[in-house]
Each structure stands twice: as C-alpha cells, then as structure tokens.
Design a binder for this molecule. Structure first.
Ligand code: AMP
Length: 211
C-alpha cells in the first residue's frame, strides 16, 4: 500500500502516519525528518536546506525529489510506504508520476489555521527519541524532559511564531492545490483532525479501510 498524508504543518500527519505505518507494517518516509537529520549532521544537503527551513520556505523541488528517489530505492519500501510531507508541490506530485509510483490513497487531514498556530507554537519534541509533546495538551511529566528516555525537550526552530505564519501561507499557496490534484483522481479522503490523537486515528483507519 502506498499512502500520502496531506495537511497543513501541525495537522498531525507525522503522528497518524507513524500509527498507520506500524499497523500496516510499512515504513513512513518523512522528507522533513530526513532534512532535519541532514542539518544536524551538517551534510551538504543539510547545509543547502537549512536556510529554507528556518525561514519556513519549501526546500527546492530538485533537492527533495532527489532525496525521495534515493529513499524509495531502498528495500524496505518494496511492500509499500507512507509519505509524510511529500509531495508538497504539484511538481513533486508529477515527479512521483514520472517514477511510476502508483499511490493508493491520499489522506487529507484538515485542521483550521487558528488551531494549527496553537498546536505548532506549543509543540515540543524530545532531542533523544523524537517523541512529541505539547506544552498545554500533552505535556511531559515535568514539562522539560521526555517521559520515555529522559532527554531534554526542544522546540523546532521552524516552530517559532514568525516562521509558523510563513509556513501556513506557503502551505495554502503551494501545497493545498494538491488536494484538487488527487481529488480529481478519486483517491483523496478527507479526515477532520480531532483534539484527541486516538479520535483522528479512528477516522484515518476508517478512511483507509483498515478498520
Ligand atoms: P515537516 O517536518 O514536514 O514539517 O518539514 C519541515 C520543513 O522541511 C518544511 O517547512 C520545508 O522547509 C522542508 N520540507 C519538508 N518536506 C519538503 C518537501 N516535500 N518539499 C519542500 N520542502 C520540504
């Protein structure tokens, strides 16, 4: 099964993608995770991508298409995968077509902009295991360290208020047109993001016919 998760930053794509991936026994491929790892390791890719990410802009199509092509060639992708954060432009979706990637379903998670701002501004993640928290809705036990591994929680540099608004604008301008692109193919299903992760998961699994 090949699934795309669409939705604004902070809509819950990554969280739902991980849950579905575990259930379906396929990997999640997140271009955002790959790029952040490259920045952390100061690789040439990371150096090229950093300034775009910190401004809340999209990394150029050629760079992300190359990353994705390389990742999809790995053997764990043979039985399917979930794409989280790719494609983000029509050109990226067309690149998938050119690679003869046949997408089965596109899950479009909708959360209103006001909620997105609140969610992203309060989002924290563990510097060790990557677990995510929210300062108000899902705080860690002491608010500072991860419940799972005890490492310190950090805020993503692109989750700062001024960058969040830019990311949302970029989403509406460059990524939202993909909804129509996939709706016209009859493979898009809409899921309204709920307050509780488990409620969004129920709707997502139902939309995918996995429940
Ligand atoms: P994410 O973790 O998916 O929110 O991605 C974080 C940032 O990485 C985005 O704001 C973009 O700057 C960059 N990025 C991730 N995926 C893509 C993509 N498919 N195309 C362009 N830029 C991307």
């Amino acid at each position: 099964m090949k699934i795309i998760f669409l939705g604004a930053p902070g809509a819950g794509k990554g969280t739902q993608a991980e849950i579905v991936a575990q259930k379906a026994g396929i990997p999640t491929i997140s271009t955002g995770v790959i790029l952040r790892e490259a920045i952390k390791n100061k690789t040439p890719l990371g150096v090229s991508a950093q300034s775009y990410i910190e401004k809340g802009q999209l990394v150029p199509d050629e760079l992300v298409i190359d990353i994705l092509t390389e990742r999809l060639s790995q053997s764990d992708c043979d039985n399917g995968y979930i794409l989280d954060g790719f494609p983000r432009t029509i050109a990226q979706a067309e690149a998938l077509d050119k690679m003869n990637v046949n997408i089965d379903k596109v899950v479009n998670i909708y959360v209103p902009d006001e909620k997105i701002v609140e969610r992203l501004a309060g989002r924290r993640s563990c510097s060790g295991c990557g677990a995510t928290y929210h300062v108000a809705y899902n705080p860690s036990k002491d608010g500072v360290h991860c419940n799972n591994c005890g490492k310190e929680l950090t805020q993503r540099s692109d989750d700062k208020p001024e960058t969040i608004l830019n990311r949302l604008a970029v989403y509406h301008e460059q990524t939202a047109p993909l909804e129509e692109f996939y709706r016209n193919r009859g493979i898009l299903c809409d899921v309204v993001g709920q307050e509780e992760v488990a409620d969004t998961t129920s709707l997502t699994l139902k939309a995918l016919g996995l429940k």
